[in-house]
Design a protein around this ligand. Structure first.
Ligand code: UD1
Ligand code: CA
Length: 457
C-alpha cells in the first residue's frame, strides 16, 4: 500500500473576496469551504494531512483542529512557496502527496480517489487534475505537446493570446511523488507577471528532467470551480445545494422545489419526508421519515422524530419527538425537548423547556425554563414569567394539568399533578395536585351603573 499524504493550501488572504473573513472560511451551504475540502480528503485514508495557514491562522486552525496538522506560511509568496512550508512535516516521507486548494470546495472525494489511482497506475511523478470549460478565464491553462502529452501549465496572467484560447484548465488539485515534490519545489523561481512562486511550475521542471507527468481530466466541470470572489461563491453554493438536494431525493425524500430548499451538508433526512418550499435545514440536524417540513421553516442543529409536521416555524438546537405538530408560526428556541404527540400551535414560543408527551400549547404562549409533564393543556395566551430582570427561574407543570387561558405562572412555581388553573390567573405560589387555583380579583357587577351616573348630574 502506498502512503498517501495531503496538503491543503489555505494561507492566501483572498483579496478578491473583499472581506474581513478569511477566504477559505467563507461558508458554502453553511460550512466553511476549507471544511468541505478536508471532509472530502478524509474519505481517502491519508497518513497525514497538512494545512498551510497564514494570517488569521488561529481561526482556520480552530475549524480544522484535530483533523489536520498545520504549517505556517508567514508571507504569501505563492502556491509553491506555500507547499514548501510543509517540508518539516512531510519532507522525509515516501509515498504520494495530494495537493488541494482550500478554495475548491466542490471537488468530490471519488474524483480525488480516481486521481490518486490514475497517478499510481501511470507511475507518474506528478498528475494534474484538469477540467474543460468554455470560460477558462483566470485559471492556469494546460499546455500539451502535439502528441498530447502535458508539457506545462501557464497562468492566465502569463499566457499568450494563443495559450488563453486553451479550454483545458488546472483545477489546482495535483498528486505528486512526495520526495520528488519537495526536491523540485526548491527549483521554482518567481520570474513571472505576479512575482510569485507558482506550484504549477513544478510540472515543467519535472517534464524537462525527463520525468513522467500525467493529467487526469474530470468531465464534471462544476467540480473544479475555484472560489476567488463572491460571484464564484454563489456558483459554488448553487452547485453544492443541487448536489445535496439530489442526494436526499435519491434517498427517498420529496423536495417540492429544490431551487429554494436549502439543506446543509451534514443533515440526515428519513425517507418519505416531504420538504415544502422555503425550507432551510442546517447544522447537525437529523429528521426522521414521513415528516412534513415547511413551507418556510428553519431547522438548525436539531433532531426531529417521525411523522412530525413543522409548518412556517423556526426550530433551533432542540429535540422534537414523533407525531408532533408544530406551527404555523411557532418558535422553538435552544435546549427544548418536545416529546411525542405534542401540539405547539400558532404564535407559541418555547425556550429551554421539556414538553411532555401529548401536551398542548395551541395558541399565543411563551413557555421558557419550564418542565411540562404529559397530557398538559396550556390555554391560549398563557405564559411562564421566568425572568425577574436579573435571573431566570423554573416553572414546573406536572402531568395532566390544565392551565386556563391568559394565565401567568410566576416562577419559581410548581403546578401539581392534575391541577387546574383558572383562566386569567396570576399564579405566584405552588398549586397542590388536583386543586383548582383561581388567582384574580372577583368580578363585581355594578347594577344600574349607567343610570346612576346620569342621575348624579
Ligand atoms: C491557482 C493556480 C491555477 C489554477 C487555480 C485553480 C497557481 C499559481 N495557480 O490559481 O493554475 O487554475 O488555482 O483554482 O497555483 N495560497 C496559499 N499561499 C499563497 C498563495 C495561495 O496558501 O502564497 C492558497 C490560497 O489560499 C488558495 C490556493 O492557494 O486556497 C490557490 O491560490 P489562489 O490565489 O486562489 O490561486 P488562483 O489564482 O486561483
Ligand atoms: Ca483560487
Amino acid at each position: 500500500m502506498t502512503n498517501i499524504y495531503a496538503v491543503i493550501l489555505a494561507a492566501g488572504q483572498g483579496t478578491r473576496m473583499k472581506s474581513k473573513l478569511y477566504k477559505v472560511l467563507h461558508p458554502v451551504c453553511g460550512k466553511p469551504m476549507v471544511e468541505h475540502v478536508i471532509d472530502h480528503i478524509s474519505g481517502l485514508q491519508t497518513n497525514k494531512i497538512v494545512t498551510i495557514v497564514g494570517h488569521g491562522a488561529e481561526k482556520v486552525k480552530s475549524h480544522l483542529e484535530g483533523r489536520s496538522e498545520f504549517a505556517l506560511q508567514e508571507e504569501q509568496l505563492g502556491t509553491a512557496h506555500a507547499v514548501m512550508q510543509a517540508e518539516d512535516i512531510l519532507g522525509q516521507e515516501e509515498g504520494c502527496t495530494l495537493v488541494v486548494c482550500g478554495d475548491t470546495p466542490l471537488i468530490k472525494p471519488e474524483t480525488m480517489e480516481a486521481l490518486v489511482a490514475y497517478h499510481l497506475e501511470q507511475k507518474a511523478k506528478a498528475t494534474i487534475l484538469t477540467g474543460a470549460t468554455e470560460s477558462p478565464d483566470g485559471y492556469g491553462r494546460i499546455i500539451r505537446s502535439e502528441q498530447g502529452t502535458v508539457e506545462r501549465i501557464v497562468e492566465h496572467k502569463d499566457a499568450s493570446e494563443e495559450e488563453r484560447k486553451v479550454k483545458e484548465i488546472n483545477t489546482g488539485t495535483y498528486c505528486f511523488d512526495n520526495r520528488m515534490l519537495f526536491d523540485t519545489l526548491k527549483k521554482v523561481s518567481n520570474n513571472n507577471v505576479q512575482g510569485e512562486y507558482y506550484l504549477p511550475d513544478v510540472i515543467e521542471i519535472l517534464k524537462s528532467a525527463g520525468e513522467t507527468v500525467a493529467a487526469y481530466q474530470t468531465n464534471d466541470f462544476d467540480e473544479t470551480l475555484g472560489v476567488n470572489d463572491r460571484v464564484a461563491l454563489s456558483q459554488a453554493e448553487k452547485t453544492m445545494r443541487a448536489r445535496i438536494n439530489e442526494k436526499h431525493m435519491r434517498g427517498g425524500v420529496t423536495i417540492i422545489n429544490p431551487e429554494n430548499t436549502y439543506i446543509g451538508p451534514d443533515v440526515i433526512i428519513g425517507s418519505d419526508t416531504v420538504l415544502f418550499p422555503g425550507t432551510v435545514i442546517s447544522g447537525k440536524t437529523e429528521i426522521g421519515s414521513d415528516c412534513e417540513i415547511g413551507p418556510n421553516s428553519e431547522i438548525k442543529d436539531s433532531k426531529v422524530g417521525e411523522r412530525t409536521l413543522i409548518r412556517q416555524s423556526v426550530v433551533h438546537q432542540s429535540q422534537i419527538g414523533s407525531d408532533v405538530n408544530i406551527g404555523p408560526f411557532a418558535h422553538i428556541r435552544p435546549d427544548s425537548d418536545i416529546h411525542d404527540e405534542v401540539k405547539i400551535g400558532n404564535f407559541v414560543e418555547i425556550k429551554k423547556t421539556v414538553f411532555g408527551k401529548g401536551s398542548k400549547a395551541s395558541h399565543l404562549s411563551y413557555i421558557g425554563d419550564a418542565e411540562v409533564g404529559s397530557d398538559v393543556n396550556i390555554g391560549c395566551g398563557s405564559i411562564t414569567v421566568n425572568y425577574d430582570g436579573k435571573k431566570k427561574f423554573l416553572t414546573k407543570i406536572e402531568d395532566g394539568v390544565f392551565i386556563g387561558c391568559n394565565s401567568n405562572l410566576v416562577a419559581p412555581v410548581t403546578v401539581g399533578k392534575g391541577a387546574y388553573v383558572a383562566a386569567g390567573s396570576t399564579i405566584t405560589n405552588d398549586v397542590p395536585g388536583e386543586a383548582l387555583s383561581i388567582a384574580r380579583a372577583r368580578q363585581v357587577n355594578k347594577e344600574n351603573y349607567v343610570q346612576n351616573i346620569h342621575s348624579d348630574k
